[in-house]
Design a binder for this molecule. Sequence first.
Ligand SMILES: CC(C)(COP(=O)(O)OP(=O)(O)OC[C@H]1O[C@@H](n2cnc3c(N)ncnc32)[C@H](O)[C@@H]1OP(=O)(O)O)[C@@H](O)C(=O)NCCC(=O)NCCS
Length: 205
Amino acid sequence: MFDLKIFAGNSFFYPIKDSTYLCFKTLEHEDKERFIAGFKKLSAKTVYQRFFGFMKELTDEQVEDFLNTDQKDHVAWSAFDIIDDELVGVGVGRFRRSAENPNEAELALTVIDEYQGKGVGSVLLAIMYYLASKNDIAIFTGTILADNTKLIRRFKALGAEMTRVGWEYEMRLPVFTDFNSLPKNQYSSVIKQTLEFLTENNFCS
Ligand SMILES: CC(C)(COP(=O)(O)OP(=O)(O)OC[C@H]1O[C@@H](n2cnc3c(N)ncnc32)[C@H](O)[C@@H]1OP(=O)(O)O)[C@@H](O)C(=O)NCCC(=O)NCCS
């Protein structure tokens, strides 16, 4: 059985669309094996959409870099399902503060294929959004492939500016400190629900 105590202060349980409770927690070095196992479950399409290339596995340097978080300038949270008393990594949300523009951060989200469409990405985005607003990040940047149309539509609905550059879109998504300023639509209402939960529970403060 995993030890709940190790998560004190940096984790919480939260339901996704089908009412299953997942564990959301900071991604740390202790998660190395789970992180590597999660990457291996991604389809070629998901890897391509996230990394803009095909790769079967991450190099040791990439794994080290992805786990080398400080939860301030490089923030990463992972979603875990609990299967047979083991934590199984199903998604990661991360942002990295820009060295040139410290109030901007590059956002990245990945959910393993088997769990896509269940609301995991939306919870991870809400966590990123909440922590960015607490860490003086005003804009999330990102590059999204032009054929990732659903995601482009979702970010636009949250107020993102999207500039087409060849086969990609450059995204600039405002991070509102007042969550009530989010545009009102079906996408923001899902995110807002999680933001309200985090705010009510004084998450990470
Ligand atoms: C992009 C990505 C992270 C999204 O994660 P996801 O878990 O599949 O997303 P969600 O399940 O939260 O959202 C899917 C849909 O469910 C809706 N939804 C989410 N939670 C919901 C809830 N509780 N109730 C009702 N609807 C909900 C979302 O609004 C969204 O609607 P849409 O299908 O009309 O767009 C995932 O698809 C992925 O890893 N893609 C490949 C990598 C990638 O493209 N990364 C982004 C570039 S960095």
